[in-house]
Design a protein around this ligand. Structure first.
Ligand code: TRP
Length: 449
């Protein structure tokens, strides 16, 4: 029986938007502003840009090369790139890591759905202090049934968007959702910067404060750029595998990086001015989104509307990222197990749902269970993926490139795009020498912290 023809993107723009949709996620809207806020604002942004040049862009290009060359799921793509069956392990590493990442990502995605509903109906609209918002958050995440239902709802949305395939599913949804995300960002930036007292927040964010830069700031910035670009798991390999072969990899990568950085930067333009206008500490860390935003919006006219918009923004960002993570596992089932797409989507979603249960319950039923000292299951899953699985995933690519087989494939793919040989050599040099050293430092740093 002949294999059914493999799907592909309808257009280059479709691919870029889908990949940017994968990159732009909770990491941009939720994490980037507060990490930048704690690390010297604009000075951090400059270091972040250096991280993109030294680490993010080279690996992104590498992942897309691997996928476009093999035109197969991550496991087979890494195997072809590495040149021997052993390299399947790198792909399996990514698929398994992707399932773990998606399992708790969907729990947070579920919170964003819950907050859309809560801000549309009353409870959030009437929180006037951070203390109240904090209590509301604990009350919400403390309710096991609610959290699990929202987790399932978010996962179902993700599954529904990819079950119809690449062009009719992922591409179609990203073409709609990504522009929507930028429109909401612009609306919120305008609202936030017209609040009285907001300009000090803008200054805090945009005027570089180099005295806050430490050696560790570089590590934080580089780690953030790696996570933000969805690298290390083979998600970009999978998206790259649906390219037909006549798209310019370097130019597309540059565009993806640009959109991802723009979204993160714009999120900061929403958060800081608003936080300053209400004299709230923008450096207060992870709670910023769920504790501070509701209060800010409850204090301004039409705040409820803006609050709903903000959480729709978060949900959309999370959804388009979750799609790429689910597709990573689904592509594996379709190619390797020869399952039909609907069966693969349903099976993988069920798996992710089950793996995600302990994360969802980490805030209520099993809050006291610490599988690792000081960490709930949720924080363990988060730390394990972002600090270990992702950077090692990048290192596998660098290791493969040490061999002439992989380097040959990369040269061939990049030459198809008419990249001058000297640039190709520079890229290979970076992937062999600079990128793995940075990744090892990231891993070491997470152990020492
Ligand atoms: N980039 C996503 C964000 O910024 C999260 C993410 C990290 C991711 N690694 C990934 C998404 C791999 C898809 C695939 O929120």
């Amino acid at each position: 029986m002949a294999e059914p023809q493999r799907e592909s993107w309808g257009s280059r723009l479709g691919f870029i938007l889908a990949a940017a949709g994968s990159a732009i996620g909770l990491g941009n809207i939720w994490k980037f502003p507060y990490v930048a806020g704690q690390n010297g604002g604009a000075a951090f942004v400059l270091i972040y840009l250096a991280g993109i040049a030294l680490l993010g862009l080279p690996i992104l290009i590498g992942e897309i090369i691997i996928g476009r060359h093999a035109k197969a799921n991550a496991v087979r793509s890494y195997r072809m790139f590495g040149g021997s069956p052993r390299w399947r392990a790198a792909g399996i590493w990514g698929v398994a890591g992707g399932i773990l990442l998606l399992s708790y990502y969907c729990v947070v995605g579920g919170w964003t759905l819950g907050y859309i509903i809560k801000s549309a109906s009353n409870p959030l609209g009437s929180t006037s202090t951070v203390q109240e918002a904090r209590e509301l958050f604990s009350l919400f995440t403390g309710n096991p049934v609610e959290v699990v239902v929202y987790h399932a709802a978010f996962l179902s949305l993700t599954a529904a968007s990819i079950i119809t395939g690449i062009q009719n599913g992922i591409e179609k949804w990203n073409k709609f959702l990504l522009p929507l995300l930028f429109v909401i960002l612009v609306i919120l930036i305008i609202r936030s910067n017209t609040l009285e007292g907001s300009s000090r927040g803008l200054a805090y964010y945009l005027v570089p404060d180099f005295s806050r830069i430490r050696v560790t700031t570089f590590i934080e910035a580089f780690g953030q750029c790696f996570f933000s670009l969805s690298l290390g798991l083979g998600a970009m390999v999978t998206y790259g595998s649906y390219l037909r072969g006549d798209e310019h990899i370097v130019r597309s990568s540059a565009m993806i990086v640009f959109l991802d950085t723009l979204a993160a930067f714009m999120a900061g333009l929403v958060i800081f001015p608003a936080a300053y206008a209400f004299s709230m500490d923008p450096g207060q860390g992870p709670g910023l989104t769920f504790h501070v935003i509701p209060v800010i919006f409850s204090r301004i006219p039409l705040g409820q509307l803006f609050s709903v918009l903000f959480f729709i923004l978060l949900a959309v960002a999370a959804l388009t990222s979750a799609m790429s993570l689910l597709e990573l596992a689904v592509a594996f089932c379709i190619d390797e197990l020869h399952w039909a797409r609907p069966k693969s989507v349903v099976a993988m979603s069920l798996l992710v749902f089950i793996v995600g249960l302990p994360s969802a319950l980490s805030f209520n039923l099993i809050a006291g269970w610490k599988p690792f000292p000081g960490m709930t299951f949720f924080s363990l899953a988060d730390t394990l993926t972002s600090s270990i699985v992702l950077p090692f995933g990048g290192i596998w690519i660098c290791l493969a490139l040490l061999k002439s087989h992989a380097a040959g494939i990369a040269r061939e793919e990049l030459s198809k795009d008419k990249i001058p040989p000297i640039w190709i050599s520079l890229w290979i040099f970076m992937m062999r020498g600079i990128v793995p050293v940075i990744l090892l430092l990231l891993i070491l740093y997470s152990f020492l912290r």
